[in-house]
Design a protein. Structure first.
Length: 480
């Protein structure tokens, strides 16, 4: 199977997988014993926020035939009971209603007959519209607005239909479309996760190689201890330790100021940027242009407009800020280089916390895999031919030892996104992890499902990349 055919097939298979994820997430959200309508209104659920007269014509009718509530026979002024074509929606305990424009009250009901009538001052013919007075509490309004009065299958069909149309619903927590909430949060988490993996993989692989080469020596014992420590230490605890030592002054156990002469630590303690300014959110307006040469000596001018609102990845956006955007910033951040520097400094501590936690497992995997490969016949043959030891290890052994490391790349991305939940909370990054936690606290089902779907897509695409990398790392692997 050719590579492009394999990629197309895997992308097509994403569709049923995503449907399954949507079904599973929707089911879990509705199985848990919680009421999002009550969570939203809190202690004000009983407050009356709307009143109106219901005549069967608004929304789905209360009558089986979908008609208005009407008199089944004419009445005269002063009657004490009236008969309707269908009175099933009228309360047995009585209430207030309208016959035409004439207000009345009833105190009981017998079948389709309202009894204890008072207040009718005019005659009314058969077929006259009859309505009743309705009071809607904040709780009832929330249930109606969120579609919770519909059967669960109807709610799911409604959700899937709007999902395919690009309408992911409205967040009751953020009061914004869910797709906008996820679009703002996803780049924050991905930027931090990818940079954390950029720290974890070189660190874990290099230490794993050295540990395997120097098996049972002091460095091997030390690296194995560090690997267990990295895996065992809670991310939130390690993140706070990094904040304490590298983002505070000497009065709070900070170690940077005496060594490097900084003021208040080497790195910012929280946030995505310095609180003294707001990162540009729109007005980039830059066009990326490149010339593609052809064999006949001509060139194709390919121009790609940069998104006006940026990509959300501030490490990238900082290099494409316009002069107008930079002029509006304080002088200490008034250039693309300084904007990039501020972004990277705020990412160092959270990415280090995530990266070091992942590096421990990678170190152990790489060490065990390389030790196994070093005992293979072809490695002994390479040594017997007189090849340099570094060439035997790097060229011949490491390539095959990397196959298991590639395998866990997809899981590492998922683990980094999962670890971002705590890291984002500690460092005040408003990414997908923090958005998910907030949405769970307020039972915001639409945002929970949106974050779950995006996370699933990222995880599935990362595994597709892993499958493609198999063929690069190990030519014996075929995409079949």
């Amino acid at each position: 199977m050719k590579l492009h055919e394999f990629i197309v097939r895997r992308l097509i298979l994403l569709v049923p997988v995503m449907v399954g994820v949507a079904v599973f997430t929707f089911a879990i959200a509705h199985i848990i014993p919680a009421d999002p309508a009550a969570a939203q209104c809190g202690d004000k659920c009983g407050v009356i926020i709307n009143t109106y007269y219901e005549n069967g014509s608004s929304g789905e009718s209360y009558t089986d035939e979908g008609e208005l509530y009407t008199l089944s026979e004419g009445i005269s002024s002063g009657v004490k009971q009236i008969t309707l074509v269908d009175a099933s929606a009228f309360s047995d305990q009585g209430g207030t209603g309208l016959i035409g424009e004439d207000s009345f009250r009833w105190s009981g009901k017998n079948g389709d007959r309202l009894t204890g009538i008072s207040g009718i001052d005019e005659d009314a013919a058969e077929g006259t519209v009859v309505s009743y007075y309705v009071q809607i509490s904040a709780y009832e309004a929330n249930r109606e607005r969120m579609g919770m009065n519909d059967p669960v299958p109807v709610q799911f069909v409604y959700y899937i239909t709007h999902l395919l149309e690009g309408d992911w619903g409205e967040s009751i927590t953020y009061h914004r479309p869910v797709i906008d909430v996820v679009k703002d949060a996803a780049p924050i988490t991905l930027e931090m996760s990818f940079l954390a993996l950029a720290i974890a993989y070189p660190l874990g692989i290099i230490l794993g190689i050295v540990s395997a080469v120097r098996q049972d020596k002091m460095f091997d014992h030390l690296s194995r201890f560090l690997a267990i420590a990295f895996v065992s230490l809670p991310i939130f605890w390690f993140a706070m330790v990094l904040q304490l030592f590298f983002a505070t002054g000497p009065d709070n156990s900070g170690i940077c100021d005496p060594i490097f002469g900084t003021d208040g630590g080497c790195f910012p303690i929280y946030g995505r940027h310095d609180p003294g300014f707001s990162f540009p959110e729109e007005g980039f307006g830059i066009t990326l242009s490149t010339l593609i040469p052809f064999l006949d000596g001509t060139f194709l001018d390919l121009s790609i407009p940069y998104p006006d609102g940026g990509t959300g990845f501030h490490l990238v956006d900082s290099w494409f800020a316009s002069d107008e955007q930079l002029a509006a910033l304080p002088d200490e951040y008034g250039s693309r280089r300084l904007l990039f520097k501020d972004t990277i400094l705020h990412l160092v501590l959270p990415c280090t916390a995530l990266g070091v936690a992942s590096a421990g497992g990678l170190l152990r995997y790489m060490r065990a895999s390389l030790l196994e490969v070093l005992n293979e016949d072809y490695v002994r043959t390479a040594r017997a031919k007189g090849l340099a030891e570094w060439r035997v290890i790097i060229v011949h052994a490491c390539r095959n030892a990397l196959v298991p490391i590639v395998t866990i790349l997809g899981f590492s991305i998922g683990g980094a996104i999962g670890g971002a939940v705590l890291t984002e909370t500690i460092f005040a990054f408003n990414g997908m992890g923090r958005v998910a936690v907030t949405s769970i606290q307020y039972l915001d089902f639409t945002v929970i499902m949106g974050v779950t779907l995006i996370t699933s897509v990222i995880f599935l695409l990362s595994n597709l990349v892993v499958d493609i990398m198999y063929a690069v790392v190990d030519p014996r692997v075929r995409l079949e």
